[in-house]
Structure formats: structure tokens, C-alpha cells
Design a protein around this ligand. Structure first.
Ligand code: HSE
Length: 306
């Protein structure tokens, strides 16, 4: 590595209602990462999650057992390519809130893998990176749009991950993150192991309609069909204020739990932004839950070298 490499990776919202573990959308919220030649391997974060992520980064990299996803992914790519890691100073300027359902883990994995691949002269193709990132994350629906941008459908088929990417218009998106803890591990553990045929049919029909509505920017259709019966009802019960806030959100736009939660994502007509933010915040606040809200839009770009 002879000079600085700068990349940025978008946040993502997975599932989008019925598309559990298959659908994901890149958002205009970013983690920007620089890789600079250095004597040593170091990693430092500013912005979202800095306090948590910087724990132990003053120690030599190899001495920190549970080191973060970005450096794990960075290391893995060197191992896969049979290359020694040289000194590099990694700095992340992160806008993606952690543990929110906005794909911060997927972005960190993608940043580590894409950055290492750039440094090594791009020995791995996009699909090889997608496969390694999916193995690390456990499912492809966040890492695929983090890589490709836009709206991405992804399925695992044997050894392969099959994806299709779609452009979608500049829709207005409101995200409300309640200040409650719901890790993806717990949010997956509360799901039933099997679903009824009725619930499967409910989701199967709605998933392609969500894709169609998003591609056409048809918020009215999206508002009717962005519903789910295989994960949201189970998860919302574990988020204080989740169910009333979700019901309120649905009155103003097309709402879903973002990824495994706890954030809600709402596609709204631009004139509803302030109202929807106020009403969702109120639904959570009335139960003593603090919130943060973001207004964003889809990103047609995935991870980018800048
Ligand atoms: N599809 C995943 C889930 C996304 O719902 O558990 C969160 O990582």
C-alpha cells in the first residue's frame, strides 16, 4: 500500500416488511473509512459507536480477542488471499447508528473486506466478497445492498448467492430509532421455527409487490402491502412502544421494522415528514422511551472508493 485509500459504505434497511432475509435497501447514511500506510496496524472510530468501538484499539491489533467486525473482515481477506498484513492506520468516520437495524454490522464487514481487497490490488471479485461477507453476517440482505447500492433481492442457492439489483426513485424515508436494546441475536431467537401456510402465502404475494411499489415510487400501494407475518409481529412485542408506534407510522406512510429492529422505517410523502416524526416519537415517548429520528433517502450507490 503506497497511498491513502478512502471508501464509504452505506447503511441498509433489510426485510422491508415481508422480504425477510431477502430484501434490502441502501440508504443515504454512511460510514466513511480511510486506510493509510503506517508503521503499525491501528483502528480508530469517530462518530456513531466511537466509545464502544474504540475500546482496546490502543492495544496491538492481534492482542484484542473480540476485535470489531471491520478489522476481523480486513484480516479475513488477507488470510483468504494468503497475504501478510502490513501496517495500516484505519480511521472510520461513522454516521450509522449501531444496534439499530440499519446495517451497521454489514457496513463494517463490507468496509473491512472492500478496503483490504483494494489494498491488495483487487484479487477478489464482487461476488466473492459478497459470499464472504454473507458468511460473516449470516444472511445476505444487508451486505448485498451495502455492496451494490439500490434495492437488492438476494437468495442463497447452494454455494452461490444470487442477487438482483433495482434502481428506485428518490423516496423520502423517515427512520425512528427508539432507545431500547434488541440485538439481532435476540431478535432472531424470538422468531418461530416454522410458519403456517397462510402466513407464508401472506408474505409471498406481498414481497414482489413491495419491489414493484418501491421501483415505481408508489407509496400508496406500498402503504397497503408492506406488511409481514413472519417476523415483525414477534419482534414488535419485544420493543417497548414498538406496536403502537408502528400502528401510528402506518397511518402516515408505508412502515416496517428496519431489519431486526428496533428502528422503524417509514416511506412517506414529503409533506408528511414532520407529522410522522412527531407522532411516532410521541408514541414511544408516552411509554418513557427516548428516540432519535433521521430523514433520509435511498442510495443508488453501495460501497464506493472516493
Ligand atoms: N434479515 C435480518 C433479520 C436482518 O431480520 O434478522 C437483520 O440483520
Amino acid at each position: 500500500m503506497s497511498r491513502m485509500i478512502k471508501i464509504r459504505v452505506p447503511a441498509t434497511s433489510a426485510n422491508l416488511g415481508p422480504g425477510f432475509d431477502c430484501l434490502g435497501l441502501a440508504l443515504n447514511i454512511w460510514n466513511g473509512i480511510t486506510f493509510e500506510p503506517s508503521e503499525k496496524l491501528t483502528y480508530h472510530v469517530t462518530g456513531e459507536g466511537a466509545e464502544k468501538l474504540n475500546k482496546g484499539t490502543h492495544l496491538p491489533w492481534q492482542a484484542v480477542p473480540g476485535r470489531n467486525l471491520l478489522t476481523k473482515a480486513f484480516t479475513l481477506i488477507h488470510e483468504v488471499c494468503g497475504k501478510d498484513m502490513k501496517g495500516v492506520k484505519i480511521h472510520s468516520q461513522n454516521e450509522i447508528p449501531m444496534s439499530s437495524g440499519l446495517g451497521s454490522s454489514a457496513a463494517a464487514i463490507m468496509a473491512g473486506m472492500f478496503g483490504a481487497n483494494e489494498i491488495l490490488g483487487n484479487p477478489l471479485k464482487e461476488n466473492e466478497i459478497l459470499k464472504l461477507a454473507t458468511e460473516m453476517e449470516g444472511h445476505p440482505d444487508n451486505v448485498a445492498p451495502a455492496l451494490f447500492g439500490g434495492l437488492v433481492v438476494s437468495v442463497m442457492s447452494g454455494d452461490e448467492i444470487i442477487t438482483r439489483r433495482y434502481e428506485i426513485p428518490e423516496l423520502t424515508i423517515v427512520i425512528v430509532k427508539p432507545n431500547v436494546q434488541l440485538s439481532t441475536r435476540v431478535a432472531r431467537a424470538v422468531l418461530p421455527k416454522s410458519v403456517s401456510r397462510t402466513d407464508a402465502v401472506f408474505n409471498i404475494g406481498r414481497t414482489p409487490l413491495v419491489i414493484d411499489a418501491l421501483r415505481n415510487g408508489d407509496i400508496e400501494l406500498l402503504q397497503k402491502i408492506m406488511e409481514d407475518r413472519i417476523h415483525q409481529p414477534y419482534r414488535l412485542k419485544h420493543i417497548t412502544g414498538g406496536m403502537p408506534a408502528y400502528r401510528v407510522a402506518k397511518q402516515f406512510g408505508a412502515a416496517a421494522l428496519s431489519g431486526a429492529g428496533p428502528s422503524l422505517i417509514v416511506f412517506v410523502p414529503p409533506e408528511n415528514v414532520e407529522k410522522v416524526k412527531k407522532e411516532i416519537n410521541k408514541a414511544f415517548n408516552e411509554l418513557g422511551i427516548e428516540t432519535r429520528s433521521f430523514v433520509t433517502k435511498p442510495s443508488r450507490f453501495g460501497v464506493l472508493r472516493i
